[in-house]
Ligand binder design. Structure first.
Ligand code: DGL
Length: 268
């Protein structure tokens, strides 16, 4: 199976694209909701949870792991690659394609504070946005609105327009959605940003990458079994949000990662 994980429900934006691109593959999705949001946590804590989630999913039989979280990828994917034996696909802000496609040389990057502060984002900007003005902006409060399934209330509109305002004032023509929760706010962002702004979401590029990495492996060839696991004791909350977010209802299991016995780390 393909394994995916995020701090919460945001990685379902990647799940939608991967399940569509690889319809024969089972997918196990882990939401670390007991620790969401990751974006304001310390590097040490994000790394510890990312490693725990990675080991758990490898033990479940994952053939490939998608870290469907920009925060976990930009902070901890190097540590994860040192410890797991399976291929890992990370999700990071689409700064390179946005900078390349910008017509006016001004792009915005919306992401969590931890992602924006990461060395990885600094080096993406240095390497791929030469001569392009990159305006970084935390999507303050956005993850919480998506976790609550509140995508269009007056409060959500206020929170979304507050973070967009500085980018729109600076007339960016691309906005990088650098957190996997943000695509669920896309209709609202589009409405507030207007037609002149292109939103950059990496979901389809990630799905193509996963498909190419699994191209030489036979798909299991039976109906895919989709599993959803949350680290929160309340699995009903996630189950209630799945139909609106991925278009179908599924049971959700609750599993606190602390119960996972530490596995033998694979060192490369
Ligand atoms: N969805 C995640 C990301 O892409 C994490 C957001 C959070 O938990 O703060 O960054």
């Amino acid at each position: 199976m393909i394994a995916m994980f995020d701090s919460g429900l945001g990685g379902l934006s990647i799940w939608r694209a991967v399940s569509k691109a690889l319809p024969d593959w089972p997918i196990t999705y882990l939401a670390d909701q007991a620790y969401a949001p990751y974006g304001s946590r310390s590097r040490a804590e994000i790394t510890r949870r990312t490693l725990q989630a990675g080991h758990f999913l490898e033990q479940q039989g994952a053939k490939l792991l998608v870290v469907a979280c920009n925060t976990a990828t930009t902070v901890a994917v190097k540590a994860l690659r040192r410890e797991l034996a399976i291929p890992i696909v990370g999700v990071e802000p689409a700064i390179k394609p946005a900078a390349a496609a910008s017509r006016n040389g001004r792009i915005g990057v919306l992401a969590t504070p931890a992602t924006l502060a990461s060395d990885r984002v600094r080096s993406l900007i240095e390497q791929h946005a030469d001569g392009v003005a990159v305006l970084s902006q935390p999507g303050t409060g956005w993850v919480e609105r998506v976790e609550a399934g509140d995508l269009d209330s007056a409060h959500t509109r206020k929170v979304v327009s507050e973070a967009l305002a500085p980018l729109l004032r600076e007339r960016v023509d691309h906005i990088v959605l650098g957190c996997t929760h943000y695509p669920f706010l896309e209709p609202l962002i589009r409405e507030l940003a207007g037609d002149g702004v292109t939103l950059d979401d990496p979901a389809h590029a990630i799905a193509r990458r996963v498909r190419s990495l699994l191209a030489d492996q036979a798909a299991p060839g039976r109906l895919p079994r989709y599993r959803f696991i949350t680290t929160s004791p309340d699995a009903c909350d996630m189950a209630a949000h799945l139909p609106a977010m991925i278009g179908a209802a599924y049971p959700v299991e609750s599993h606190p990662l602390e119960q996972t016995p530490p596995s033998q780390p694979h060192r490369l």
